[in-house]
Ligand binder design. Sequence first.
Ligand SMILES: [Zn+2]
Ligand SMILES: [Zn+2]
Length: 296
Amino acid sequence: MFPIRQIVEKLCIILTIILVYENAYVFYSYLFPYWWHEQRYIQFYFHLIIGHWLLINTVFHYCIAVNTTGFVSNLKLSNEIEPETDRRFTLCKKCSLYRPPRSHHCRVCKTCVVRYDHHCPWLNNCVSYNNHYHFFLFCIYMTLISAYALYFGHYHLQMKLFNQILLRLYDPIWKPFFLVETLIPYENIIHPVAGFLIFYLFLFNLVTMLLVLSLTVWQITLISKGQTCVEEKIMKENKKQNPTVSYTNTYDLGFTKNWFQFFEIENGAELLRILFIPKIFKPKHDGTSWVKNKHI
Ligand SMILES: [Zn+2]
Ligand SMILES: [Zn+2]
């Protein structure tokens, strides 16, 4: 079969890199020199700190999520079994591996994956126990950086180039010729083709922000329930087939415990630290034993 899916996944990665790179290009080439030259030092330092903090976190979590796998075949099993955990292994008929609970077979990676969530085209990788933390934080930071670059970039770039707001956000869609006509008189400041691409980029930021925001909200609802995407899908299918039977998620420990379990932390201060400061996730267990709610 022609690997269309692989091509789409590679394209998603390239688009993500282009988006981050282009935004950085606008800020470094136009906006930082503009704020500095105009002696707007508060704006300059504000964007220097906030912009780089968002950029570093986005790139950091993305790179780790892309490069971290969670294959069952790589598991290093520990013999310690904690109380109240589920450690029943089952045989996967597709790859013939014995896999722990919450592991599922990924059709794209062609192997079983520990606490499988979904195969993500933006990462070209599975979201699993080992990188779910980084994937989730990447979603949050990608939403924030897209909103940030859209809002500040669109406004300040025009103030720098034209000293006024000439182009609205949707003009590249509804009035592409108007966009070119507007840019031609300013040819000595910005080349019309470069300007054309930059103003399309702001729209691209909006689309990305909405897409990633919806993904983030969905992830938040799942993590709050202590459930993965695939577990939710299986539960929905089971409910459809047997509407009279009530299905419960045995890994739902309650809202707060689910979040502490997801980030593998003990208190709120630790949560604040990992939300704001980039840190590599080091799993606290081998991925085979999962705490169950003993009341369900
Ligand atoms: Zn398998
Ligand atoms: Zn996969």
